[in-house]
Write a protein that binds this ligand. Structure first.
Ligand SMILES: C[S@@+](CC[C@H](N)C(=O)[O-])C[C@H]1O[C@@H](n2cnc3c(N)ncnc32)[C@H](O)[C@@H]1O
Length: 315
């Protein structure tokens, strides 16, 4: 295992050890072990009682989680699960448990105008619609190939009332001024939380320079999202990476950029691998409010994630 770990970029490992001195070894172990297939219910097509019955009937052995509600760990491989009718009929959506958290924290409701600013391939857009089928959801994606994956997923999952747009998210500032009650910014990031040693494609492009580049993109997207949010509206920012520059660093910048116009919203994730945000990194201090961010440390079935929730208190 030791030698395998050193396939990961040295700079990345050194940063991770500084960031998580107490959990470093434990996190390294999660890069070597394959994670079980996890999925969530699609409430547009079924309910929990019916889904449990169908899973038992099809002999899909599973463990149902208490949180988030409607999340399952499958005892089948992805390939075996894909060969079931519950999968073919889209009663479920295969998704990591960590990735299910941002829509749950966004807490969408029927009747609300909701924007998913970085939407493809649509795991979270379809989850938002599954949780609030009466919401008006707009999904934006910049990459053409991924946009078509999004359209396919919206269609097969029964979320075809979503307005999907192939544009750069920064244009929402002009296109939708003060329009949305809730916005999800599941930002493009270095995806360190998804590194898997058996798949070099997950980590071989990592460079410290990319962390910086992406933090600029993330700021631009949040900047645009601020203007598209109604006064009193709420925004959830998430990434699947550990880098503080892409997480608390971006939130700290956002709070300073819109001083007195934004406030952090506290939320709870009742899981043991969740920690508060950090307030200092590599000599830089962040706003104490960044403690209200949440860091999800990967475990045997969850990927590394970061989530923050903010409210626009004035325009
Ligand atoms: C982390 S992925 C989103 C995953 C998606 N939310 C899901 O749960 O299925 C980030 C997405 O943002 C898209 N993206 C990157 N820059 C963008 C921009 N400026 N505007 C809109 N989308 C962008 C990427 O192409 C990518 O599909």
């Amino acid at each position: 295992m030791r030698e395998l770990i050193y396939r990961l970029p040295y700079q990345f490992l050194s940063r991770l050890e500084r960031l998580y001195p107490h959990h470093y070894r434990q996190i390294l172990n999660t890069f070597t072990n394959r994670k079980p297939t996890t999925f969530r219910i699609n409430y547009l097509k079924t309910d929990l009682i019916d889904l449990r019955r169908r899973l038992l009937k099809e002999r899909v052995r599973f463990q149902e989680l208490q949180f988030p509600k409607g999340a399952f760990i499958s005892k089948l491989s992805l390939r075996e699960l894909q060969d079931t009718d519950v999968y073919r009929e889209c009663l479920i959506y295969v998704q990591n448990i960590s990735s299910m958290l941002p829509p749950v924290i966004l807490a969408p409701h029927d009747g609300e105008q909701i924007l998913d600013l970085c939407a493809a391939p649509g795991a979270k857009t379809t989850q938002i619609v599954s949780l609030a089928p009466g919401a008006q959801v707009t999904a934006i994606e910049k990459d053409r190939i991924r946009y078509h994956q999004l359209l396919t997923n919206l269609n097969i999952q029964g979320a075809d009332k979503v307005t999907a747009m192939l544009i750069d998210g920064i244009w929402v500032r002009k296109k939708f001024p003060e329009h949305f009650d809730k916005i999800l910014v599941d930002a493009p990031c270095t995806a360190e939380g998804l590194f898997m040693l058996h798949n070099p494609r997950t980590y071989k492009y990592w460079k410290e320079k990319k962390v910086k580049e992406l933090s600029h993109k993330q700021r631009n997207l949040l900047h645009a999202a601020f203007f598209a949010l109604k006064e009193g509206g709420e925004l959830v920012y998430s990434t699947c990476t550990f880098s503080p520059e892409e997480n608390e660093g971006v939130i700290d910048w956002f709070l300073n950029k819109f001083k007195d116009k934004l406030e952090m919203v506290p939320f709870e994730i009742p899981l043991s691998n969740v920690f508060q945000g950090i307030v200092a990194w590599e000599g830089k201090k962040f706003s104490p409010a960044c403690r209200l961010c949440r860091r999800i440390v990967p475990n045997e079935f969850m990927e590394g994630f970061f989530v923050a929730k903010l409210k626009k208190i004035s325009a």
